[in-house]
Ligand binder design. Structure first.
Ligand code: ATP
Ligand code: MG
Ligand code: MG
Ligand code: MG
Length: 574
C-alpha cells in the first residue's frame, strides 16, 4: 500500500467527547468516525486492524475444529418467543417492524437462530459433536453507549455454538474453547486473565470471561495471590458492575415503590431487622428477566450518593423462568455465604433497599452469582464511582481476603471483558424442541455451549494496553501494517524515491505487511503520523542514508533510531 493512494486522516486535536485513551486515539488516528450514538464507521485504517483481529480469531476457531457459517442479523419475533426471551431480554433488544407489521429484532446474540438451524439440520447423534461459529454484526441497545467501540450499540462479535449428546462432551469442548481463547489473546499480544463469571441473561451453568487487564476497564476482577505473591494459578472471578441509576429512573422507581407493597418487601424489611441494619429508603426493584416482567425481585444494596456501592439480590434463579422472589430462609443463607457484603464498609453507611431498574436496565445488570467461587456472590460495584475511591471501595471489601478456593489472598484488578464462554446446558434445545436420535434410536435433547468474543472491542482494549504519549503502539499481530517505509523528499529526489519504492517492494515480496509513506510530508509530520497510528517498525530512506549505504530504523517502542545496513535491517524486521 502507498499512503499517497490511501485515505489516512489523522488529527492533532484531542476530541472533546472522548473519555478514555483508546477512544481518543482511535479518533485522532482516524480509525473510526461516529455516525450516531453507539454507531461507528470503521475507516480504511481502522478496518485493517479489525480484520487482523478477525483473522486471528478465525484461524484459531478453525484450528479448534469450529465450522464457520453466517446467520442473519435480523431475526423473527416468533423464534424469540419460543425461548421467552422476546420479553425477557429487556431493553437491549432492538425490535423492528416490516411493511407487513411483522416484528423482528436486530440480533444481540444468536442462540435462537442457531438452535433453529440445529433442529432442522441435525437428526442423528452421528452428526454430534459439532461447533458452528460466525463473525457477524450484533446490535444491543445499550443504556449508555460509551468509550467509542468499547461499548457501542452495533459491534462485531465472533459467536460460536456447540451441540453435544453428553455433559462430559460439552465439558471437553468447553476446555477446547477455553484453550483456543487463551491462544487468541496470547497471539494478539494482549495481557489477559480468564475468570469465573456469572451466566447472566444467557443462562447456563459454567462460565468464564476473558478480560484484558487495563485500569480503564469497567469490570473489577478478583484473583488469588498465593503465598509467594504469584498470581494467575488459582481462583479468579468477575465482580459484575452495576450501572448507576439515571436520576429520572430513580424518581420513577421511588414513586412505584410508594405504591407497591409486596410480601417480598416485607421480607426485606424483616431481614434488615434481623441484620440490625437501617433501611433508609425502600424502593422496589423490578425483576430481572422474569417471565412475568411485573414480578418483583428485590435488591438489598449499599448506596452512596447516586451509586450502588455494594448489593445483594434477594431473588432466586429459577431455571428458564428467570428470577423469582427469594424466601426469607434463602436470603439469610445467601447473606451468610457472602462475607464481602457486610464487610468493613457496612457499619459506616446505611444499607438501603434499592432501587428501581427498568427491565431494560436489568439486562446489563446480571445477578452476580459468580459461581463457583461464591465469595463475590451478588456483589456489584458502582461503575461510575470516581477513581481512586472506586478502587478503594473494592479493596475495602475483598482485597486481602482469603480466596474461596483457599489458594491465597484476593487481589483486585480492572479488566475489559473481551470474551465469554458458557456451558448453556439443554435449556435452549428443550425450549425449541431440538432433538437428535441417540444410538438406541431414542430422541435426545442435545446440550449446548456458546462462546463469544468482542472482535471490535478487542481493538479498543488493545490500545488501552498499548499506547504512549505519541499514540498507539500496536502489538505486531494487530498493527495496520508491520513496517512503514518513509521517504524523505520523494518529489525532490528521484533516487531516494526509487530506492524507497524498491525496498518497499522487496519487503512486501518477502511477506511483510508494509506501507510506503510517499505522501511527501515534512519528516516531523510524517513521523508523527506513523507513530500515532502505531506502526511497529519504521524505516526511513533519505539522501544521506543512501550515500552512507544505510537505512534509519526505529522500533515503535525504542527511544532512539539507528542506522543499519540492509542485512541488519532485515534481521530487525524479522
Ligand atoms: P458487557 O458485560 O461488557 O456488557 P456482555 O457480558 O453483555 O458484555 P456477552 O453477551 O458476553 O457480553 O457477549 C460476548 C462479547 O461481546 C463480550 O465479551 C464483549 O467482548 C462483546 N460485547 C458485548 N457487548 C458489547 C458492546 N456493547 N460493544 C462492544 N462489544 C461488546
Ligand atoms: Mg452487556
Ligand atoms: Mg458481561
Ligand atoms: Mg459476557
Amino acid at each position: 500500500m502507498r499512503l499517497s493512494q490511501f485515505h489516512l486522516h489523522t488529527s492533532k486535536e484531542i476530541p472533546a467527547d472522548a473519555e478514555i485513551v483508546s477512544h481518543k486515539l482511535m479518533l485522532k488516528a482516524g480509525m473510526i468516525r461516529k455516525l450516531a450514538s453507539g454507531l461507528y464507521t470503521w475507516t480504511p485504517l481502522g478496518l485493517r486492524v479489525l480484520r487482523k483481529v478477525e483473522r486471528a480469531v478465525r484461524e484459531e476457531m478453525d484450528a479448534a475444529g469450529a465450522i464457520e457459517m453466517l446467520m442473519p442479523s435480523v431475526q423473527p419475533r416468533e423464534l424469540w418467543e419460543e425461548t421467552g426471551r422476546w420479553e425477557k431480554f429487556g431493553g437491549q433488544l432492538l425490535k423492528i417492524q416490516d411493511r407487513k407489521d411483522a416484528w423482528y429484532c436486530y440480533g444481540p446474540t444468536h442462540e435462537e437462530v442457531v438452535t433453529d438451524f440445529a433442529r432442522n439440520e441435525l437428526a442423528s447423534y452421528k452428526q454430534l459433536p459439532v461447533c458452528f461459529y460466525q463473525i457477524q454484526t450484533k446490535f444491543r441497545d445499550e443504556i449508555r453507549p460509551r468509550f467509542g467501540v468499547m461499548r457501542s450499540r452495533e459491534f462485531l462479535m465472533k459467536d460460536a455454538y456447540s451441540f453435544h449428546l453428553s455433559d462430559e462432551d460439552l465439558d471437553r469442548q468447553y476446555r477446547v474453547m477455553y484453550d483456543a481463547y487463551s491462544r487468541i489473546f496470547t497471539r494478539l499480544g494482549l495481557g489477559f486473565r480468564a475468570v469465573f463469571a456469572d451466566t447472566g441473561a444467557i443462562g447456563g451453568s459454567a462460565s468464564h470471561e476473558f478480560h484484558v487487564l487495563a485500569d480503564s476497564g469497567e469490570d473489577a476482577i478478583a484473583y488469588a495471590i498465593d503465598g509467594n505473591g504469584a498470581e494467575g494459578s488459582g481462583y479468579a472471578a468477575n465482580v459484575e458492575l452495576a450501572e448507576a441509576l439515571a436520576p429520572g429512573q430513580r424518581a420513577a422507581a421511588t414513586e412505584t415503590m410508594r405504591k407497591v407493597e409486596t410480601p417480598t418487601q416485607k421480607t426485606c424489611e424483616a431481614v434488615a431487622g434481623l441484620l440490625g441494619v437501617d433501611l433508609q429508603r425502600t424502593v422496589k426493584s423490578v425483576a430481572l428477566m422474569t417471565a412475568d416482567a411485573a414480578a418483583p425481585a428485590f435488591v438489598l444494596a449499599l448506596v452512596r450518593g447516586d451509586h450502588v456501592v455494594n448489593e445483594i439480590k434477594l431473588g432466586k434463579l429459577d431455571g428458564m423462568a428467570g428470577y423469582r422472589a427469594a424466601t426469607e430462609a434463602e436470603i439469610l443463607e445467601h447473606l451468610g455465604s457472602t462475607p464481602g457484603f457486610l464487610g468493613p464498609v457496612a457499619p459506616k453507611r446505611a444499607i438501603t433497599v434499592i432501587a428501581d431498574r427498568s427491565v431494560a436496565a436489568m439486562a446489563d445488570f446480571v445477578v452476580g452469582a459468580n459461581e463457583p467461587g461464591f465469595h463475590l456472590a451478588g456483589v456489584n460495584w458502582g461503575r461510575d464511582l470516581p477513581e481512586p475511591e472506586r478502587v478503594a471501595d473494592i479493596r475495602n471489601v475483598v482485597a486481602g481476603d482469603r480466596s474461596p478456593d483457599g489458594s491465597g489472598t484476593l487481589g483486585i484488578a480492572r479488566g475489559i471483558e473481551v470474551g465469554h464462554i458458557f456451558q448453556l446446558g439443554r435449556q435452549y434445545a428443550a425450549a425449541m424442541g431440538c432433538t437428535v436420535l441417540d444410538d438406541s434410536g431414542k430422541a435426545a435433547t442435545p446440550t449446548m455451549g456458546c462462546y463469544g468474543i468482542g472482535v471490535s472491542r478487542i481493538v479498543a482494549a488493545a490500545i488501552e494496553q498499548n499506547h504512549d504519549d505519541n499514540g498507539i503502539a500496536w502489538p505486531e499481530a494487530m498493527a495496520p501494517w508491520q513496517v512503514a517505509v518513509c521517504v524523505i523528499n520523494p518529489k525532490k529526489d528521484a533516487a531516494v524515491s526509487d530506492a524507497a519504492a524498491a525496498l518497499y517492494r522487496e519487503l512486501a515480496d518477502a511477506g511483510l505487511d508494509v506501507v510506503l509513506d510517499d505522501r511527501g510530508l515534512r519528516p516531523g509530520a510524517m513521523f508523527a503520523d506513523i507513530e500515532l497510528i502505531g506502526i511497529p517498525h519504521r524505516v526511513v530512506v533519505s539522501e544521506r542514508g543512501l550515500a552512507a549505504g544505510t537505512f534509519e530504523y526505529r522500533h515503535r517502542r525504542a527511544s532512539e533510531a539507528e542506522n543499519l545496513e540492509r542485512a541488519a535491517l532485515e534481521q530487525r524486521l524479522g
